[in-house]
Every structure is written in C-alpha cells, then in structure tokens.
Design a protein around this ligand. Structure first.
Ligand code: DGY
Length: 314
C-alpha cells in the first residue's frame, strides 16, 4: 500500500509508518500544494494524510482512484467534500480532543489581549510614549463583571466557557446541539449578540454558519464588545468586521483565522483595535505532536484492518 503526506508532520511518520506501508511519500514544499500538484500527488495513493490547506474536492478525488482512507491533520473538516468522500466509499478520520486546551488557551489569550488593550499599550511603549503611570491609560473591560457568549458549545466552546467561569464571568451560549452538562445558559443568537461583552466563536464552518457574523449581527453587539474567532475565518464577514472596527473604536476583535487564508482584508491588521494571528490555535508543541500521532495511528489501524478510533461519521 502507498501512503502520502502532503506536509511534513511534527513527528517522524516515515519511520513510524514504515512497517505498515510499502511506499511512504512525504512532500515538503514549504507551502501548501497547488491543486495540480495535489492531483498528481494523490494519483496512486491508498491512504492520504492531508492538512486543512488541502482542498479535497470531488474533482481532486476523481484522480485518486485507489484512495481508501483520508486522515486529516485537523479537527475541522470544511476543506473536504464530505459527500464526494462518502460517495466513493473512502473512510475519513480527524483529530478531535487533542487540541481542545491549546485552542481554548489561545482564545483566552485573545480575549485578555483585546479586553485589556494589549496591542495599543505595547505599541505605545515601543513608540517611547510612556511618561509614567496615568489613571486613565488604556482602560479595559472588567472581565469579572462581564458576560461571556460562546457560539458553538462543542469540546472547545466548553473549555473556553470553563475558563470564563474561573475568571468570574457570567457564561451564556448559543448552540444548535445543546447538552445537559454544559456550563452557562442557553440563549438565542440575537440575545447572545445583544447581551454579551465578549463573544468567542467555536462552531464549525458550514453553509449555515458562513457569514453568521455579518454587518447586521455586528450591529446588534455592544459597541464596546470583544469578538474572538479561533474557529474558521468565513464565519465572519471580514470586510463587514473591518468597517465595524473602523466605526467603533471601542469594539475589539481577536482573530486567529481569516476568510481567505493566508490573505487578510487590506488594512485590517493595521487597525489598533484588532489582533491578528496566523492560525496558531492548536500550535502547542504537545497538541501538534498529538495531532500527528492521531493521523499516524489511524493510518496504522487502517493498514492493519483495525477499527478507526477517530473516524468522522459521513
Ligand atoms: C483544526 O484542527 O481544525 C484547526 O483549525 C487547526 O488545528
């Protein structure tokens, strides 16, 4: 059997997988492959380990006649055409769980940075403007008196909510699939927008969540709220957010993901009330190694006809 890996992983998959596959091809171009490169790459693979930057479309899969298992190095599956995968009888596994804390911690790094104006304050220091303590310098939100609104109460949403409670925040959430053991109170989307001081997005990207944060929903939020996105860029209409940030200087956004990564809407990064990061939510050493390990173990299980432990139900 032949296995292909579209980017080098933070574990040595060549030697770990050697006993299970006849041929292992690991590509490292220092960038995601183009569609044509990917088409050529998948041609004679039985198993593919891919990234969220690899768009696995129906037309790409028509070039992968032998493919039987895809292990994606991500929890999100929005880069994969799930219907096309199902139609071809290909199995799909992903990496839930191992990146929950890393992503929740990064969401909190953004919540704290935005609510306490860290970008502006740090720029002020670097520009040599600090003349000593001043009573009204960079006043931020008192989080312990604020309401945290979570959109999407899966594993990561709940981990962010738990951290919010330990900061003394009132927690509320909007989710399509409520469960009993969830922190906080379930509210409608519009109520969440209107009454939260901080909103953190943790739902998957789908046709129903694309541009969920559009011009109108942003208008419903408090004018001094904080909006954090560590989920997927297209859940926010980025252009509408930029206009909103320009018109509301006390509104802050913390973004780890963008609508057309790696592109960011012109001028957005330079605004003082936004912090932009390069999709590093899961980037703790441990989490990324565990993500690699999950892909490797699932490929091994597939090759030895064992049950996949992280199979995505199609
Ligand atoms: C994922 O896994 O979906 C994240 O966006 C990257 O770790």
């Amino acid at each position: 059997m032949k296995l292909g890996v579209t980017r080098e992983l933070p574990l040595d998959c060549q030697s770990l997988l050697a006993p299970y596959f006849d041929v292992i091809q690991v590509e490292e171009k220092g960038r995601p492959m183009t569609v044509d490169e990917l088409k050529d790459f998948v041609k004679d693979l039985d198993v593919l380990i891919c990234q969220l930057t690899d768009a696995i479309s129906d037309s790409l899969l028509s070039h992968a006649k032998r493919l039987k298992h895809i292990a994606t190095f991500s929890v999100g599956v929005d880069h994969l055409d799930l219907n096309a995968i199902k139609k071809r009888g290909i199995r799909l596994s992903h990496t839930p769980g191992v990146l929950t804390d890393a992503t929740a911690n990064l969401a909190w790094a953004l919540i704290l940075s935005c609510s306490r104006r860290l970008k502006m304050a740090e720029t002020f220091m670097r520009e040599g403007k600090f003349n000593g303590f001043a009573p009204s310098l960079y006043l931020g939100l008192p989080l312990e008196r604020c309401t945290l609104g979570i959109v999407g109460m899966g594993k990561i949403g709940r981990a962010v909510a738990k951290r919010g409670e330990s900061f003394g925040m009132k927690v509320q959430y909007y989710t399509r699939t409520p469960s009993k053991d969830t922190e906080g109170k379930s509210v409608s989307f519009n109520e969440l927008l209107a009454t939260s001081d901080v909103i953190s997005i943790h739902c998957p990207l789908s046709s129903s969540t694309r541009h969920m944060f559009c011009r109108n929903s942003l208008k419903l939020m408090k004018s001094n709220a904080v909006l954090v996105n560590t989920a997927r860029g297209p859940i926010i209409d980025e252009k509408a957010l930029q206009e909103h940030l320009l018109g509301n200087p006390n509104f802050f956004a913390g973004l780890d993901v963008f609508e057309q990564e790696p592109k960011v809407v012109d001028g957005l990064i330079d605004l003082p009330n936004v912090i932009c990061l390069p999709h590093i939510g899961s980037a703790s050493q441990w989490a990324r190694e565990q993500m690699a390990n999950t892909c490797i173990q699932e490929a091994m299980r597939f090759a030895s006809n064992q049950k996949l432990l992280y199979e995505y139900t199609l």
